[in-house]
Design a binder for this molecule. Structure first.
Ligand code: SF4
Ligand code: SF4
Length: 91
């Protein structure tokens, strides 16, 4: 058994509707501040691990699926290098 596997659910449309529809802010990743991009190594991925909607993919930099992102800002809070900014919807 691969000890690095963890249980993750896939994003989907819930009873309250598509989460991205009621977002007031959206996250933007700044690649120049993202650790995997800066180091050239697959590292960090803390944003991926903490997103409650599982709408961030692992990567360098990670990619956020705004169709499901509800704009909670957790990813921006947990990012150790402030590489994720929250911007007002529509800006
Ligand atoms: S938490 Fe921040 S530094 Fe780490 S992968 Fe995500 S955006 Fe990059
Ligand atoms: S704002 Fe919330 S829902 Fe959107 S990507 Fe970040 S942690 Fe996930």
């Amino acid at each position: 058994m691969d000890e690095h596997l963890i249980a993750m659910s896939a994003p989907g449309i819930g009873e309250a509707g598509q989460t991205g529809q009621w977002r007031r802010e959206y996250p933007v990743i700044l690649p120049s501040a993202c650790l995997p991009v800066k180091s050239g190594r697959f590292s960090c991925q803390i944003c991926w691990a903490h997103c409650p909607d599982n709408c961030i993919t692992k990567g360098s930099p990670p990619v956020i699926d705004l169709f499901y992102c509800k704009g909670c800002g957790i990813c921006a809070e947990v990012c150790p290098t402030d590489a994720i900014l929250m911007r007002p919807e529509g800006s």
